[in-house]
Ligand binder design. Structure first.
Ligand SMILES: Cc1ncc(COP(=O)(O)O)c(C=O)c1O
Length: 481
């Protein structure tokens, strides 16, 4: 983006000047991501320009991807990250398979994250204020009253048909054409991933994963006695396909486990072209992909992102997701569409837990059908977009120079690289003494990597959180001396 002062020899058209003024207001946080900017009519009145000039200025802002028009609603600021905040470096992981031994460290972080006396800056749990608690529970009461005995009876292993129908309908927006028969309801996304791994792998097998990746996946791989190969991952586009192909060529890989939309912790969105190429690659080598799409509904993109499953012609993708980030983590409702592995996943589900709890399935089905889920998503996406921006700004203000922050394409998780001298496990200990919890980098990889990285989350925002970030920043600063 060029500013007016950088182009002294050209007469700046009025609409460009106006676009620059608004750009500066966005850069200086007068308008934050998710905020509505003044309407064309009111800006034309305020700035004394014609409606046509104001329209041209807004079109320019749209072209620059700074604002978006929403039908019947106006213009809104899009996710925007300050140009001067650099993104983290991404080291290349070791390409050899490794056993996972992460459990004790993760359990410690989990336990601390649950302590209500500590300020949780690490655990990526949604803020209850952004969940439709009353509406959902009202629906639960009403649906169980109407369904009577059915609501307390065992469901089939596949799950409540009404919910499978809703999930299949929503899959249309992810580029998939699924029927209720293609869906199996699980106890959260975590069970969907676990059953998928169990359906494909045997102890000792190797699974390709992104690096860094969600620590609970590492724990699951450890519990199932699986090895992993960590693949280099780009902050904007996800896994490096050349590296993945080179390990596939060696025939070492039994499955891939990837978070393709809004990865946790990096926040990237894998572009469609890359998803298509990945679908072709797994087909070539006949390697199944467990695709975790739990964050997909919280993407800041204009359209709901597609999944690799949308391009899968051989039934090799096991698509896993849940409503834990958007509706109710405690209902424990997730699902898997396991392609050619569906019968085996169903068999395992009935062995493991017979079926998922019936009543929450009914309530979620009803909410997805008539509860205004899309409206709810639009609202919380705007909130998270804004909070991610505030947190980015606060980190820039209080953290040592040399700190780098990711630019998530959705959700509310931030990956932060600190100066090399800051050991995130030591920072974890000193933050704990200051009553703050964080997620230290080493829990996101198998070789104790990412020592100077942490994951933070912007699910909530308050003066207390801002203060905690300032404290964390000064603790990190002390470690640089
Ligand atoms: C990438 C990813 N997968 C799975 C889960 C767990 O999902 P659920 O609570 O639905 O089991 C999480 C939770 O943070 C997550 O970030």
């Amino acid at each position: 983006m060029k500013t007016a002062t950088m182009m002294p020899n050209r007469k700046i058209p009025r609409y460009e000047e106006l676009a620059e003024d608004i750009t500066r207001m966005i850069e200086q946080a007068t308008f934050n991501p998710g905020d509505r900017i003044p309407s064309i009519r009111s800006i034309s009145r305020q700035m004394n320009v014609s409606i046509t000039t104001a329209m041209e200025a807004y079109r320019l802002l749209e072209d620059r991807d700074l604002v978006e028009a929403r039908p019947q609603s106006g213009y809104y600021v899009r996710p925007y990250y300050p140009r001067i905040a650099p993104e983290p470096n991404m080291p290349s992981p070791n390409k050899n398979p490794a056993a996972v031994s992460i459990n004790d460290l993760v359990q410690m972080v989990y336990k601390d994250a649950q302590d209500k006396n500590l300020i949780p800056l690490g655990a990526a749990i949604p803020n209850p204020a952004n969940l439709p608690v009353e509406k959902l529970n009202r629906i639960l009461a009403s649906v169980t009253r109407r369904k009577g005995v059915q609501s307390i009876s065992y469901e089939t292993a596949c799950g409540f048909e009404g919910l499978r129908t809703q999930v299949a309908r929503r899959a249309f927006h992810t580029g998939c054409r699924l029927t209720p028969k293609d869906i199996l309801i699980t106890s959260g996304c975590q069970e969907a991933v676990t059953l998928s791994l169990m359906a494909i792998c045997r102890p000792g097998d190797t699974v390709a994963i992104e690096s860094p990746t969600y620590f609970h996946h590492l724990q699951t791989l450890e519990a199932l006695n699986l090895k992993v190969v960590e693949i280099a991952t780009n902050l904007r586009e996800g896994i490096n396909l050349d590296d993945l192909e080179s390990v596939m060529q060696k025939g070492k890989i039994r499955a891939c486990l990837l978070i393709t939309n809004i990865s946790n912790p990096l926040g990237f969105l894998m572009p469609n072209e890359k998803k298509k190429a990945l679908a072709k690659m797994i087909a070539r080598y006949d390697v199944p992909l467990i695709e975790d799409d739990i964050w997909g509904d919280l993407s800041f993109a204009r359209e709901r992102p597609w999944t690799v499953k949308a391009f899968d012609k051989k039934g090799l993708v096991l698509l896993c997701s849940s409503i834990s980030k958007t509706l109710a983590p405690g209902y424990r409702i997730g699902w898997v569409s396991a392609g050619r592995f569906q019968p085996e996943v169903e068999r395992l589900k009935s062995i493991m837990s017979m079926a998922t709890a019936t009543a929450p399935q009914m309530a979620v089905a009803e909410f997805l059908a008539n509860g205004g889920y899309d409206h709810h998503l639009r609202r919380i996406r705007r909130i998270y977009m804004r909070q991610v921006w505030w947190m980015t700004q606060t980190i820039r203000k209080f953290f040592p120079s040399g700190t780098r922050v990711s630019r998530p394409a959705g959700g509310y998780v931030l990956w932060v690289e600190l100066p090399k001298s800051v050991d995130s496990l030591r920072l974890y200990e000193s933050a704990l003494k200051a009553k703050i919890t964080i997620a230290p980098g080493p829990i996101f990889s198998v070789r104790n990597g990412y020592r100077n990285y942490i994951r933070l989350h912007a699910a909530s925002w308050s003066d207390e959180i801002e203060k905690a970030l300032a404290t964390l920043g000064s603790l990190a600063e002390n470690m640089t001396k």
